[in-house]
Design a protein around this ligand. Structure first.
Ligand code: FAD
Length: 456
């Protein structure tokens, strides 16, 4: 007997319930990945994610080969390709991790119908993409939590599935054709500093980070230059690491650092459960705006300056340049850059979210859109009118200016606190620096925001 394991956002062998169930059920298994045309058509296959994905598939194929198997890769319409492989392998069943996005769920339904019409069965495995599946904890009066803290409290009380080890052997039937495994080098337009992908890389990073850095996470996660966060987000996005395993491993360590890390992992589940309950929040405001709120200004020139990292606010520009160079940005940078666009410039959050998605290697709809909405004040923030002051934040989270000097080389020679306020430099000190004046004054931005929100 043969079964198919369809890999989607779970490109790993450890803690892989779909693979484990398939191996238990049948003599041979076809590990399948389909490069779904619909993902590219939706504009979601940005170069940085395509390159990281190529690493993940290469590593997955390698790990399967070490166990006597291999990865089968196809492209096209996912449902049609799975049905084709099912016929070729004469498989009885297909195993798949439950999708948490609306897109994945629609696709799952189509797949179920297509397989059942041919007398084959689809098994969907829950709690693989997130630590707890959306809907696993709900408040008494609603289908999802709209506020993080009570969600976190309930989430923390839940029993998490115990993570599974990787299988030792995987027997794949002969004669199933596969495309060549894509290589990162085949993808154009990739950020020069993009991190490497793949389960092996993710596991090494996780182990090293938990051993070396997790202890200091609580104190240092907001220090922009210290770069002390785990950088595991792309691995969570592609599922090269399991969220449940991360929670288990962090909980085994004592102290405030690992506990704070688990809390951040809960944010990921939180946003997923919001979006699962309100799929329209991927593009529509989660909270209906008060009538007098305008959707945002049309400020193409200022927006372009923001995209290019030349707003004249060094901390914002540093963050935007890190994004362009690495396809990743520090969380504090994301908060500052998003607040600057959506509040100081008062540009619609969707414009910023689209730009982030075109570059972020960890870019996913739930975390990106819901964080953008949170910052813009249209989402789940309980203080939607707060505005982050980029200068004050810069002094606080980049006190020595090292982050700015790293990413904005024009300012590398500026000494002291002026690195965060180059407009205060005068005469000779200013003359030699090819760096723009601020696109907008902070008080002007604040006034406009307050007027727009009727807070005058
Ligand atoms: P760590 O600090 O090590 O945290 C560990 C893990 O917890 C992260 O890998 C991530 O999975 C999760 N996490 C941490 N903070 C958040 C958060 N605020 N929301 C959800 N999950 C969180 N994260 C994405 O994974 N994809 C995105 O597309 C994305 N877009 C964002 C857009 C904006 C405007 C903002 C403010 C935040 C966004 N985030 C996104 C959340 C957060 O910035 C990143 O998850 C984090 O910076 C990743 O770095 P890390 O792995 O080193 O995080």
């Amino acid at each position: 007997t043969v079964s198919i394991v369809l890999f989607t956002s779970d490109l790993r062998l450890h803690d892989q319930p779909a693979l484990r169930a398939a191996l238990d059920a049948t003599d041979a298994v076809v590990p399948l990945f389909v490069r779904d045309d619909a993902v590219a058509e939706a504009g979601f296959a940005a170069p940085n994610r395509a390159a990281f994905l190529a690493d993940c598939l290469t590593d997955l194929d390698h790990s399967l080969r070490e166990r006597g198997g291999r990865l089968v890769i196809r492209s096209g319409d996912l449902v049609e390709e799975v049905c084709r492989v099912v016929t070729e392998a004469d498989a009885d069943e297909v195993h798949l991790a439950e999708g948490v996005s609306a897109f994945a769920r629609r696709r799952e339904e189509r797949l179920r119908e297509a397989l059942e019409s041919e007398g084959r069965r689809l098994f969907v495995h829950e709690g693989v993409t997130t630590a707890l599946p959306p809907g696993a904890v709900t408040p008494a009066s609603s289908d999802h939590f709209a506020v993080f803290t009570p969600y976190f409290r309930k989430w923390s009380e839940q029993h998490l599935r115990h993570p599974l080890g990787a299988p030792r052997t995987v027997r794949v039937p002969d004669g199933i054709g596969s495309e060549k495994v894509p290589a990162r080098g085949d993808v154009r337009g990739v950020s020069a500093g993009l991190a490497a992908g793949g389960e092996s890389e993710g596991r090494d990073r996780l182990t090293a980070w938990l051993r070396r850095d997790a202890g200091a996470y609580e104190d240092q996660h907001d220090d922009l230059a210290g770069d002390a966060t785990s950088r595991l987000s792309p691995h969570l996005h592609f599922g090269t690491l399991s969220a449940a395993e991360l929670v288990h491993r962090a909980r085994r360590k004592e102290g405030a650092g690992p506990a704070a890390f688990v809390r951040q992992l809960c944010w990921r589940d939180f946003h997923h459960q919001v979006l699962a309950a309100r799929p329209d929040a991927s593009h529509a405001d989660y909270r209906a705006r008060e009538d007098h709120w305008r959707t945002g200004r049309d400020a193409e020139q200022e927006t372009e300056a923001w995209r290019e990292g030349r707003t004249g606010y060094p901390i914002v520009d540093a963050a935007m340049r890190q994004l362009a160079h690495e396809g990743w940005m520090h969380n504090r940078g994301r908060l500052l850059a998003a607040s600057f666009l959506s509040k100081t410039l008062y540009v619609d959050w969707r414009t910023g979210a689209d730009h982030f998605l075109s570059l972020l290697v960890d870019g996913d709809i739930a975390n990106n859109q819901m964080n953008w909405q949170w910052v813009a004040g249209t989402g789940t923030d309980t203080r939607p009118h707060r505005v982050l002051n980029p200068v004050r934040q810069a002094h606080r989270y980049d006190p020595d200016g090292a982050y700015v000097r790293r990413w904005v080389p024009e300012l590398a020679g500026v000494e002291g606190k002026a690195v965060h306020e180059p407009w205060t430099l005068e005469g000779f000190d200013r003359a030699g620096i090819d760096y723009p004046e601020p696109v907008v004054g902070l008080s002007e931005g604040l006034d406009r925001f307050r007027r727009a929100r009727g807070r005058d």
